[in-house]
Design a protein around this ligand. Structure first.
Ligand SMILES: Nc1ncnc2c1ncn2[C@@H]1O[C@H](COP(=O)(O)OP(=O)(O)OP(=O)(O)O)[C@@H](O)[C@H]1O
Length: 365
């Protein structure tokens, strides 16, 4: 019988190269596929796709596997970037990595791999998947600090059912050690940070190319004007940096943080001190509810349902209660008030080590 075929998303980074190696060791017939998701002309100098492809090719050569390349720039633009901009224009803070997984890596890429005759796809995500008669389950990676289930929580059964995550049990240090032993040139390549097409530092410059300026006042909750903002879309709830506020009489030196966006008055509301009570919420309302199993963990008559959640990647899991849901919308109460509940980001639910799914935060509540 011939070995099952798996197509690995080779990004040019160390994680996916080591994932490919581990699958070869497990007896799979392994091939690499590099995706280009962004045309350089749309963001000159922001992306390094050519360099990444060269790194992916070097890794494939070293491992002795074939590598193909595919261009999903149109799909990425239509299904991820347009939604990302629409969310910003609606004054929310979107998470394009969540959409990139459900629309590109586990849709466009998966469909292409299946067309090429693959039985499975694999990535270098830090996450665990188990395939069983009752369906496929997504679980935390052993390395809690690297766990990427937050970004994978919108996968469906058909998507997860074809996925392998070979790094489930490894730490980043293990992965780099394996890469060095294999003589992979990218063993010490820096982790990719931020959004693939932007990178972290020039984010505000990048957004300025797509969002119109719309200045308005910055106010305290008492209505005292303390500055001018460049457009509410540029700010995120809980954020500190970028607020040029100073010299407010009797205000002291403590830094200022974004507490709310008042869209009706085009006003940014700020408070002083990282722990100000207005930065905390007892619960939230979220939309676009998705369950990985294809159904909720309990029927509505068994609510409330005690579970865990996180509101951002890497946040330690927080005890919470799902108090209400229907097909689309849910309401959640936290055991402890949570800081910076940010519309547009995801709330992701867990039961013990299993990722159940999640929803897009609409409002603190
Ligand atoms: N351009 C790409 N082409 C093919 N697969 C990709 C690409 N970018 C990311 N992937 C896949 O998605 C996984 C997770 O992507 P992420 O951007 O989080 O990379 P990472 O954790 O830095 O991993 P790596 O070290 O492999 O780049 C990668 O390990 C890889 O399998």
């Amino acid at each position: 019988m011939s070995a099952p075929r798996v197509i690995v998303g080779l990004s040019g980074g160390v994680d996916s190269a080591v994932a490919a190696h581990l699958l070869m060791q497990q007896g799979y017939a392994v091939e690499g596929l590099f995706m280009k998701n962004w045309e350089e002309d749309d963001a000159p100098g922001y992306c390094s796709a050519a360099e990444d492809l060269a790194d992916a090719q070097a890794a494939a050569d070293r491992l002795g596997i074939p590598l193909r390349a595919v261009n999903f720039a149109t799909e990425y633009w239509d299904r991820v970037f347009e939604a990302f901009l629409a969310e910003y224009r609606a004054l929310r803070t979107p998470n394009p990595d969540v959409l990139c997984n459900s629309e590109i890596k586990f849709r466009a890429f998966l469909d292409h791999a299946l067309d090429l005759g693959a039985n499975w796809i694999a990535t270098g995500h830090y996450a665990r998947v188990s395939h069983g008669g009752a369906g496929s389950r997504l679980q935390l990676a052993r390395d809690a600090g690297k766990d990427q289930t937050y970004f994978l929580h919108r996968l469906t059964q058909p998507q997860l059912g074809r996925a392998l995550f070979p790094l489930a049990d490894l730490s980043k240090a293990n992965v780099r050690g394996i890469a060095r032993r294999l003589g992979l040139a990218n063993a010490d390549k820096k982790d990719s940070t931020g959004i693939c097409f932007i990178g972290e530092r020039r984010f505000a410059d990048f957004l300025a190319r797509w969002l119109p300026a719309d200045p308005g006042p910055i106010e305290t909750p008492a209505g005292q004007v303390v500055g001018e903002h460049r457009g509410l879309a540029w700010y995120t709830i809980g954020q500190r940096s970028g607020l040029r506020i100073g010299g407010v009489r009797d205000a002291g030196e403590a830094p200022w943080f974004v507490a709310a966006k008042d869209a009706a008055r085009n006003t940014l509301v700020v408070v002083q001190g990282a722990e100000h009570p207005l930065l905390y919420a007892a619960g939230l309302r979220a939309e676009q509810l998705h369950w990985i199993a294809g159904r909720p963990p309990v029927t509505a008559d068994r609510l409330p349902f005690a579970c865990l959640c996180r509101l951002r990647h890497r946040q330690p899991l927080q005890p919470c209660t799902l108090v209400a849901y229907d097909n689309e919308v849910c309401r959640v109460r936290f055991a402890e008030p949570q800081r910076a509940v940010t519309p547009g980001q995801s709330v992701v639910f867990y039961l013990r080590d299993e990722c159940l799914g999640g929803a897009v935060i609409a409002a603190a509540a």
